[in-house]
Design a protein around this ligand. Sequence first.
Ligand SMILES: *Cc1c(COP(=O)(O)O)cnc(C)c1O
Length: 438
Amino acid sequence: MKEATSFPRREKSAELFARAKAVFPGGVSSPVRAFKSVSGPPLFIKRGDGCYVWDADNNRYIDFCASWGPLILGHNNEQIRERIFKAVASGTSFGTPTLNELELGELLVKNNPYLEKVRFVSSGTEAVMSAIRLARGFTGRSKILKFEGCYHGHLDSLLVKAGSGLVTFGESTSAGIPPSFAAETLVIPLDDRAALDEALEKYGHDIACIIIEPIPANNGLLLQDYSFLKYLRQKATEHKVLLLFDEVISGFRVHFAGAAGYYDIKPDLVTYGKIIGGGMPVGAYGGSNELMAFISPDGPVYQAGTLSGNPVAMAAGLAACHQLLSPNFYCDLDHKTNHFIKNLTDHATENKYSVTFPKVGSIFWIAFSTETIKRADQIDPASMKFFKLLHAALLEKGVYMGPSGYEVGFVSAAHTIEVLNEAAEIINWAMDSVFSDL
Ligand SMILES: *Cc1c(COP(=O)(O)O)cnc(C)c1O
């Protein structure tokens, strides 16, 4: 399949993108949106409803990006919309405690066995940044341990990659980060007990927390063995290092209590974002009463926010969480996603295409490989050329995926079996065209 050089369906989006480039770096407010690793201009989306979005050129797409994860109930969910309208009618921000905030907090703590206290912030990055400060404040230690291939937002000490070697101090992946900041972060591969052992033996006494996406979903979907996660929990306890589950994607996605609930493994600290705000900007972090007592105003770890617990955002989160707690919500979503993925897998297997579809709950990834991939270094960067072709073909036929082969896709409660069948047909057709020239 040849790469297209003009995009007649995207004329209006192209025009708007040209304007946007004059006022925003790269024309966007967040980098991956710029479509750098796929073809053509990014779509300007003007409307979403259920599992569909419409772009500025009036094309309709079945959406699997879901605003990068938050929209587990689809676009323009009626209950969320109505609750937001009601909140807005009473004012948009007070900078005081509110009932919506209290109710959402109570709902979280009541339905999540790993959470005794929670603090609301306004993004996933802010949640992670605050939880790490808490881990450092509580333990009196400076270093943190992260895994190569996990993303935790754009805070300085976590924009790091591994150097060469099993256990390394982080090398910054962004300009503007002092090497001394990056040096507080140790980086090891996922799925590697020897590296974990070595890191804890050598530096355990100086490590405040181990941070992991228990379901790593920001660099492909690097599903970990349950036994590795159990081992991690056990080792963290042995070395008195806090275990921080970054559940900004997996929280409320695979289970109401996130990956912790899904695997039944207790983290010491947990961070949320994305789904928790029902499509509005909300993040949260929490843990035991003992740990959270260290947060100001109770304790010495300072953390604050002008718009934290914003009443409109809390209203959206509440309306979302109520629906997630309905019986069989996660079970139904899982079944639908299994059906969809089986369609794709069967077609790929019949045609002997080098592609697989790792999935957990309603998260899936299109991996241009037949191997089981558990670590970042097992992804072949050259395989991304297939995704680029696939992405362009899908946009032509009305299926919207996140614009990078490292991004996962999300099925929402608004995707019906009929729509998923239609989407699978389109994806299978697009696979045929991607592989036809090989
Ligand atoms: C999205 C994400 C973040 C960052 O959240 P923002 O709201 O974009 O700041 C952090 N950690 C994980 C696991 C994420 O998926």
